[in-house]
Design a binder for this molecule. Sequence first.
Ligand code: CP
Ligand code: NVA
Length: 319
Amino acid sequence: MKPGHRLMKHFLQFKDLRAEEYAYLFERARIIKQRFKNYERYQPLVDRTLAMIFEKASTRTRVSFEAGMYQMGGSVVNLTSGDSQLGRAEPAEDTARVVSRMVDIVMIRTYEQTKIEAFAAHSRVPVINGLTNEYHPCQILADLFTYIEHRGPRGATDPLQCLQGKVVAWVGDGNNMANTWLQAAEILGFKVHVSTPSGYEVDPAAAGVSDTSCYQVFNHPLEACAGAHLVTTDVWTSMGYEAENEERRKAFVDWCVDDEMMALAQPDALFMHCLPAHRGEEVTAEVIDGPQSVVWDEAENRMHVQKALMEYLLLGRIG
Ligand code: CP
Ligand code: NVA
C-alpha cells in the first residue's frame, strides 16, 4: 500500500471507524469465528506480515494477534522496547518509516497516544492500537461482539440493533477502557453509567467524545449498576501507573463489583472484564467466576474480531 493511499485506514481509537463499518466487522467476525470452530482453513493473508510492537506487557493481545495472523496464512514479527532500537531512543517516526517498508500491517501497544499517532503519520501501512494510556479499541471491539453474541437475536441482519438504548455500567478507573467505552457509546447509540472514585473521573475531552450525552456519572457504584445490561470494570492500577498503586488501593476500595451490584443490574445482565483481573480488588471471585460472567468468551473473541479487523484494513470489504 502506498503512503497516502486513499483507502488506507488506521485503527488508533474507536472513533476511527463508523457505525456501518462496525456492523460489517461484527458480521465478518461471526463468519470468521464460525470457520475457526469448524476447523475450516481460511487464509486470505498469505504472504502478509504483521509487526507487533510491545512497550508494555501482554498475554491476550500478543497471543490473539499472533495466532490470528498465522491462522489467516500470514506471518508475524514481534518487537519490544527491550530488544529493539525503540528502547534506545530511536524515534517512533523513524521506526515507522523503516518497519512499514517491510511489513503490511503494524500493531502497537505503548504509553502515550501521541506516540502511536506519530508512528501512524509516518507509516506506509495500517496501524492498530493494541492499547495506549488513553484507549484500548480492540478490547471494546471484542466486548461489543461478545455482547451481541450473547444478547443479540439469532441471525440478526443488523448486529448493532441490540446495542441501541442499552446501559453499560463502568465501575472503576476513568482509564483507557472507560474512554473507549464512551467513544463506542457515542458512535453506536448506547449509554455508559460511570462510577469512579473522586480524582479518577472520565473527562470528555480526554475520552475524545463530543459532549457528555453518551454517559452519566454516579457517585456510588451501586447506582451506576442499577438497571444496567452489562456491568464491567478493570484493574485499579493500569500499566504505567504502578507508582500510584498504594494510593489507588485506598481510593478504589468501594469500587469492587460484587453480587449486590449485579443484583441491581438487569436480571440477565452480563459481566465483562478485559483481564487480567485481581479477584478481591475490582471484582469478587463470585462475580467473575459466576454465571453472569462472560470473560473467557470475551478474551477469546479478541482473536476473532482482530482477524476481521486485519482482513478489513488489508483487503477491504469481502464479498
Ligand atoms: N485485555 C488485554 O489487553 O490483555 P493483555 O494485557 O494480556 O494483552
Ligand atoms: N487498563 C488496563 C488494561 C489492561 C488490558 C491497563 O492499561 O493496564
